[in-house]
Unconditional design. Sequence first.
Lengths: 214, 195
Amino acid sequence: MSLPNPADEGITFDTFMEGVWRQNPVFVMVLGMCPVMAVTVSAINGISMGIATTFVLTCSCFLVSLLRKLVPKEVRIATYIVIIATFVTLVDYLIQAGSLALYEALGAFIQLIVVNCIILGRAEAHASRNPPLKAVVNALGMGLGFTIGLFALGGTREILGAGKLFGISLFGEHFQPWVVMVLPPGGFFVLGGWLLLFALFRGKAAEGGHTHGA
Amino acid sequence: MGHESLSQIFIGTLLTNNFVLAMFLGLCPFLGVSGRLSTAVPMGAATTFVMLVASLCAYALNLLLSYFNLEFLRLISYIVVIASAVQLVEMVMKKYSPALFRALGIFLPLITTNCAVLAVALFQTAREYNFSQSLVFALGGGAGFTLALVLMASLRERLQLANVPVLVQGTALSLILAGLLSLTFMGFAGLGGGE
């Protein structure tokens, strides 16, 4: 592993923060939506899924970045997919061994991490063009951003749909749960709501800092 | 779970447990390609075809892998099969309908990473469906995906003429629409008697 030479821009704080804020996978790029919606019925599910995805993302990006000069261009996507699938199989067995309850809660969506567009997208757009260390830092940031997004969604749905957060009751026993929020339609509504919130913020930011808004 | 009748499986995947609206599978193309009806239908058809091929191959592969006790290779082999099937569809479409090929753009190779396709292969294995059940499951899933895509595209085409606040335009609007559609589909719960 060579240190990034000054010619290509080295690892900056922005390499990490890109995924957390500016290019947040959930709120800005709206990628990898399937697991986002399906497992976020509670905050803890969201976080576990986020961590599993981060692990796969980081390992795959590291390997893709190491192999970036060896893999012929024509078969790169297939190679990436196989790399990703390997790590997902690993995570699948790890979670199954670690916590059966979690394994059942996340269900098929652990294996479906393979087809999470974020991972393939980052492998193709970032890891295949950057040295390993930088790719890993960026992947960690992306993973953190994804986890935050999942937590925000899962937390909101758990609070609204069950009146709890991390299984702790928040509003006392007279709270009437808004059941639809933990059902499928709630996933769409809550994410829609969050996107509205973000659009509002960015609208404000663009007005305040005039030409700087993206 | 291997004893459901074929019609139960079909109705179940088409309406009650619609892949997109009830199980959140294949959301990326659902949000990405549902802008126009004319691309939604071929996209649905292409996905259904890939699903059928994937289901067939997954069934055969699963037999082979269980025979050799290689279950841990399941995920990897499924994804490779799906990737090749997509490549095939892409080549056929490029040859016979270049205009459509361009309209679908990046979303065509992305069928590979459409979770709905992999989910068909994974679920039919997990539920121990036999050969005909697997095929019907894939067909129902594909039809359900197409149905959701067509409904969504029609709604969005209508909304282009509506006066929507600037803030809501874009993905947020699509998501709220999808939420309403999903609510509607909950009305099908219990249909098919499989639950």
